[in-house]
Design a protein around this ligand. Structure first.
Ligand SMILES: NC(=O)CC[C@H](N)C(=O)O
Length: 354
């Protein structure tokens, strides 16, 4: 049966249905990773988006239990060239109600997005664009849809384990696992929790997670987070980085067509070291909005010079636009979690001694 990717400007890309054959609409984005389609499809930051895979063969190693970044794929839909196994990947998408199109000229789709920038599109059985009610990226609905509703406690058998509160805008499971592997106990809390509710948990450190949508959707909550992070070692990842930069006065803007893939080079401006990083973002912190009295600009994207990492000059706040947890992609930046946990542990020890 024919399926179509139709852009808001009327351009049509035909293919064949995979997954659940239903009409959906969203921002059409592309990711360049050669592996890791399952992690991409289950990354909550893709909520509201139709993800195009530039790698020409998707599904060739099936879907693997334990490799998902969330319990079900939150992306709106997927677009690919060759689907290796409709019986396996297609069935898995269908179980989760996610539509997709295979046999699409994805190279042409990407060339279009690269030249026109972020565009809305839909997956449909008719080759025409029809207006649909969909929340815009600057709605808080996307974060609401993927954040936990209740706190979730991941305890440790070590009573002295550092306790991290993970503020959940749609966290990837690999972030939790990275903290657990370093011996932390972690409490995942809904994104809207108040400073008091969070401090009542007696955290030793805070992690502001990745998540979907435009960081400007979270503007009303910035003042609360600013007062909170002044008190505790804090790491921000991707949306968490954008939110924390904004809390200390920076502005954010849309990138022309985003950074999504597993080979984005990032240079540490203090050491000159370059890491190859995993990325998935459509917005960026505007470099010219960074107050040098607040932030040290630690990491820069080696391709386009955009802001990739910040360290606060006064408070123990570190943020990165890329994904140190990888999954998919290289783990060059995994040491950031170690540095964070070392910082948290040192503070905890000072308090115990004091
Ligand atoms: N992975 C993320 O946290 C993405 C952050 C934000 N939604 C963006 O696209 O820029």
């Amino acid at each position: 049966m024919n399926a179509y990717l139709v852009f808001e400007d009327g351009d049509v890309f035909p293919g064949e249905w995979i997954g659940t054959p239903k009409m959906v609409a969203g921002e059409v984005v592309f990711t360049t990773g050669m592996t890791g389609y399952q992690e991409v499809m289950t990354d909550p930051s893709y909520a509201g988006q139709i993800v195009t895979f530039t790698y020409p063969l998707i599904g060739n190693y099936g879907t693997v239990i334990g490799e998902s970044e969330s319990s079900a794929p939150p992306c709106t839909g997927v677009i690919m060239s060759e689907c290796y196994s409709k019986a396996d990947l297609g069935e898995w998408l269908d179980q989760h109600g996610v539509p997709g199109i295979a046999s699409v000229d994805t190279r042409a789709v990407v060339k279009k997005i690269r030249s026109k920038g972020a565009l809305r599109g839909q997956i449909t059985s008719h080759p025409i664009f029809t207006e649909m009610e969909v929340a815009s990226p600057d709605s808080v609905e996307w974060v609401e849809a993927v954040s936990v509703d209740e706190p979730v406690f991941h305890t440790s058998s070590n009573p002295h384990a550092p306790h991290i509160v993970l503020i959940d805008f749609g966290y990837k499971a690999s972030i939790l696992h990275a903290l657990q592997e370093l011996g932390c106990q972690v409490t995942v809390v809904p994104w809207y929790w108040s400073t008091k509710e969070i401090l009542d948990l007696k955290p030793d450190g805070l992690l502001f997670s990745n998540g979907p949508g435009d960081p400007k959707a979270l503007t009303p909550w910035l003042a609360g987070w600013k007062s909170l992070v002044k008190q505790l070692p804090t790491l921000g990842i991707c949306l968490g980085h954008q939110v924390l930069a904004s809390a200390f006065g920076a502005d954010t803007k849309r990138l022309p067509f985003g950074h999504r893939g597993s080979n984005h080079p990032v240079r540490n401006q203090l050491t000159g070291e370059v890491w190859i990083t995993s990325q998935n973002h459509g917005y960026t912190v505007s470099a010219d909005s960074l107050d040098p009295a607040e932030w040290v600009w630690t990491h820069v994207h080696a391709n386009d010079g955009s802001v990739e990492g910040l360290a606060h000059r006064i408070y123990p706040v570190t943020t990165v636009q890329f994904h140190p947890e990888a999954h998919p992609g290289p783990s060059d930046a995994a040491g950031l979690f170690r540095d964070f946990v070392t910082q948290v542990t040192a503070k905890k020890e000072v308090e115990v001694v004091g």
